[in-house]
Design a binder for this molecule. Structure first.
Ligand code: SF4
Length: 609
């Protein structure tokens, strides 16, 4: 075993470690590529680390022990707030822990040099020796900058490759010479590639994602990440003239404002068109989100959350696709046709988890609509084809509406899930745009905020000048969705419509977890609380979830708020929301059909372009 190894948990003064003859091992990198990384998380939980600590933290603990590291450098000022506790835990396991503190109160070259000199002395070396290492590494850092430029300026290095090289620079693979040789070979090869510069240019803001294929998912959606915020900060590029300059320029330790200042400058330099903001579950940095949303400028943003290492979930792929769509549509996603006078006949389909909503409009503008149980819809008019779902629209029109499919029929579908991939028989559009288009058509306006309260998810969509400019979606939890209220109605043995009526004097229920919420409801029933108050409490928790979601979008409080989806028909919910929003709140005239009607609008738009 190489006893010169020293584990690190974040970007640390690697030049000092190398000057001391140590071999840095970034435990983050070892954890995320470990084939048994999920087992490592289990081991950490078995050792008593709570499930409510972030997966990176648990992984670092278990990977440190699994790697047999006897020595760790932990940054206790200027990195993860869990690091002090981690230091204690690892000391208890017999690991030698060396602490390093960035001078948070004084970000000057001199203060940084002083902190590094202390570390150097502790490790038996000097700052001069570390400066000599810095000079040796300068060509390597210049090549890291070259990789970054090959991504954002020349389009020859993918976002994932960019992320991998920059993140791995934290420990330089433990062997700077071998790492640099590999880097040079990579650059030579990448420089010969054709430029691949299509799609909106995005920045990825946040800690390194546990979603292992996030960059590929963005590529697949037709966009490109050209700025990996934290990874490029970790890489300390371009080379600096001294260690004091290099480590005082490093923004991550110095808080969210330092990071945002750097990010805004890079957004301008790299011509960003939108932001992906990565939130790691249970990370203290999530508390910074209000500042991030407020200060990150006017560019559209999409928050994504990851927990344990793994692939991007289906719903997040859909969200990424919808987000990219908002950035790529001509004129920023127009959702309203100028005129309906020359429309082709169209069929709009909103394929929801429980119901398929169908809207047909003929050349004269006459409309027919149906809401069909999803199981019956798929059994009767859908089959699996070679490329994806095949819909038999003529049969659907004939069977359900008694209409013979007209010549030139335009079919447009939206819905939840990847079953819209490879769809045959009609074109597919993102849910966000379909719902926004349906709402715009119903209210006759292009300036509003829409809350779509669906069976499994909730969306907030901001429409400005007749285009989608921002949207948010609830994350993986079903609390606050239509299914949550249905489950509560079942629990109370009540008709759903009855539950949806009440708003007066609501009890306070957990608005976080549907399961805990059920336990609370049982408790209120046992205590003899009137069922009307419990129903109002259920709706209040939906409203609180919704307000939290809508609060992620800046500058929306003065907009009229329209509601669509199954829960929009709830008089109790509208009443509670009306009080909380302190502005104009109204359900759309046909809230459940909004997606299907929006598909008709988008069909009309496509027929007039
Ligand atoms: S993601 Fe957040 S909580 Fe987890 S290790 Fe990183 S900084 Fe700490």
């Amino acid at each position: 075993m190489d006893d010169r190894r020293i584990g690190i948990f974040s970007t640390s003064p690697v030049e000092v470690l190398l000057a001391a003859g140590l071999r840095p091992v970034d435990v983050n990198n070892a954890f995320i590529i470990a084939p048994d990384r999920l087992d490592l998380l289990d081991q950490a939980e078995a050792a008593g680390l709570p499930r409510t600590s972030c997966a990176w933290t648990r992984g670092l603990y278990a990977a440190t022990l699994a790697l047999g590291l006897s020595r760790i450098l932990v940054v206790t000022d200027g990195d993860c707030s869990a690091n002090r506790a981690m230091a204690e835990l690892l000391r208890d396991q017999g690991v030698e822990v060396i602490e390093f503190r960035y001078p948070l109160a004084d970000r000057s070259d001199a203060a940084v040099r002083s902190a590094m000199a202390d570390l150097a002395a502790h490790l038996g070396t000097t700052l001069d020796a570390a400066e000599a290492v810095r000079r040796e590494l300068a060509p390597l850092r210049a090549d890291l900058e070259r990789v970054d430029r090959l991504t954002w300026d020349e389009g020859r290095v993918s976002a994932e490759e960019n992320h991998r090289w920059l993140v791995q620079s934290s420990d330089l693979g433990g062997d700077p010479v071998a790492y640099h040789n590999d880097l040079i070979a990579f650059i030579e090869s990448a420089s010969r590639r054709d430029a691949d510069g299509e799609g909106p240019r995005l920045g990825l803001f946040g800690v390194p994602p546990a979603l292992t294929d996030l960059h590929e998912a963005v590529d697949a959606a037709g966009a490109r990440v050209v700025f990996n915020e934290v990874a490029s900060d970790f890489a300390m590029i371009p080379p600096a003239d001294s260690l004091g300059e290099q480590y005082s320029r490093y923004a991550f330790p110095y808080g969210i404002r330092a990071r945002l200042t750097r990010a805004l400058a890079e957004a301008e330099r790299r011509g960003l068109e939108g932001w992906l903001i990565y939130d790691q579950s249970f990370c203290h940095h999530n508390l910074e989100n209000p500042a991030v949303d407020r200060l990150l400028g006017d560019l559209p943003r999409l928050h994504l959350e990851g927990d344990t290492p793994g692939l991007v979930a289906e719903r997040d792929r859909i969200r990424i696709e919808a987000f990219v769509r908002t950035l790529t549509q001509p004129g920023r996603s127009p959702i309203r046709a100028a005129s309906s006078s020359s429309m082709s006949p169209a069929l709009g389909l909103d394929l929801g988890s429980r119901f398929a909503k169908v809207a047909f409009r003929d050349r004269a503008g006459h409309e027919e609509v149906r809401i069909i149980d999803s199981m019956r819809f798929y059994r009767t008019w859908a089959r699996r084809g070679a490329a994806g779902l095949v819909l038999d629209l003529p049969a659907l029109l004939r069977d359900e509406l008694g209409i013979r499919a007209p010549a030139g029929l335009l079919g447009v579908a939206t819905g939840y899930g990847r079953h819209l991939d490879g769809l045959e028989g009609c074109s597919a559009v993102p849910e966000v745009h379909a719902h926004a288009a349906g709402a715009a058509a119903q209210v006759g306006s292009g300036e509003f905020l829409l809350a779509d309260l669906g069976g499994q998810d909730t969306k907030g969509i901001r429409v400005r000048d007749g285009a989608v400019v921002d949207f948010v979606m609830n994350d993986r939890c079903a609390a606050g969705s239509g299914r949550y209220v249905e489950n509560m109605a079942l629990l109370l043995e009540m008709d759903l419509d009855e539950v949806l009526r009440h708003h007066a004097d609501p009890v306070i229920l957990s608005n976080v977890c549907a399961t805990f919420g059920e336990s609370e409801v049982v408790g209120f029933v046992v205590d003899g609380v009137p069922v009307e108050r419990i129903c109002a409490g259920i709706l209040r928790s939906v409203v609180m979830r919704l307000l939290h979601l809508l609060g992620r979008m800046p500058d929306v409080r003065d907009l009229p708020l329209y509601l669509s989806g199954g829960l929009a028909k709830s008089p109790g919910l509208v009443c509670l929301l009306d009080i909380a929003w302190e502005g104009h709140v109204a359900a759309l005239p046909r809230p459940r059909l909004s997606g299907a009607l929006g598909c008709l609008e988008l069909a009309a738009l496509s027929s007039t372009h």
